[in-house]
Ligand binder design. Structure first.
Ligand SMILES: Cc1cc2nc3c(=O)[nH]c(=O)nc-3n(C[C@H](O)[C@H](O)[C@H](O)COP(=O)(O)O)c2cc1C
Ligand code: SF4
Ligand code: SF4
Length: 246
């Protein structure tokens, strides 16, 4: 089974690329989070495909994995990222230990940056180019999963270790907040942001979205709004609202 979480479509794309050649089924963690469900199954193989949030898998996914049961599968992690996953592999190995899963490795997949709240995101043509470059890596990961083999060992180094160990908690404490989200007058109260939020953090009040303080910064609301009506402070106005073009 391929368990994927995706704010803006990159990891969903990667999960689909792996599903084809491996014949594994797809399970959308975001959909289960929205309905308040965990996974209870006996898997032979578990493949977790996620974005990288501050050099680690997203906390909302980590928490969901902890609350779910998978049996005793072989477990692979494929982490899409803008450039670095830090020492996430070490973290994923420890998580597998806790859950009685056999750790088979963490594969890094460089994809377009989606962090509209903080960084410049690529235009559609540049994004397509980055994704095309990711195709050989995702095919190689799929092949190893199909054959039941481990990913090559990931060597994080000192900087990667510091990023995941110290940078990750500091990042969540300092930056993962939703006070800067606002809907502009372009909002048509369609409710798409409410339905799409994996943290169930948005409600409509007087026909305007209101953010409830449980945000995980997945960037779905700001990037999938059909009216481009969601902004994060002043800075996001100058940025492309990114969703995976494939
Ligand atoms: C909250 C947040 C934190 C991020 N942290 C990192 C990071 O530590 N390293 C990195 O290379 N990319 C980082 N990114 C970029 C995403 O991991 C990357 O664009 C990913 O492919 C998005 O996947 P998705 O479209 O499936 O949500 C971050 C993005 C967000 C929204
Ligand atoms: S998705 Fe956009 S237009 Fe629809 S309710 Fe949310 S902010 Fe408004
Ligand atoms: S409020 Fe927006 S950015 Fe935060 S978790 Fe929900 S959809 Fe993602």
């Amino acid at each position: 089974m391929i368990f994927y979480f995706s704010g803006t479509g990159n990891s969903a794309w990667a999960a689909r690329q792996i599903a084809g050649p491996t014949g594994e089924e797809l399970c959308d963690i975001g959909a289960l989070l929205r309905e308040g469900s965990v996974w209870e199954g006996e898997e032979e193989k578990a493949v977790f495909v996620t974005p990288t949030y501050a050099w680690c898998i997203p906390r909302i996914v980590e928490d969901w994995i902890r609350r779910s049961s998978f049996g005793k599968p072989a477990a692979w992690f494929v982490m899409t990222c803008g450039d670095s996953v830090g020492s996430a592999g070490r973290f994923n190995r420890a998580l597998c230990g806790e859950k009685d899963m056999t750790y088979m490795g963490t594969g890094k997949l460089v994809m377009p940056e989606n962090y509209t709240a903080m960084f410049t995101t690529p235009d559609p043509e540049t994004a397509k180019e980055i994704i095309r470059k990711a195709e050989p890596s995702v095919k190689a990961y799929a092949d190893l999963i199909r054959r039941g083999q481990s990913f090559p060992e990931d060597k994080a180094g000192l900087i990667g270790t510091l990023q995941t160990k110290w940078g990750n908690p500091a990042f969540y404490r300092l930056f993962v907040k939703d006070k800067a989200f606002k809907a502009t007058d372009a909002c048509i109260a369609c409710g798409k942001c409410v339905l799409g939020c994996p943290a169930k953090n948005i409600r409509l009040e007087d026909e305007r979205p209101v953010w409830g303080g449980r945000c995980t910064h997945c960037m779905a609301c700001i990037n999938y709004c059909p009216m481009n009506a969601v902004e994060y402070g002043a800075a996001s106005r100058k940025r492309h609202h990114y969703t995976c073009p494939f």
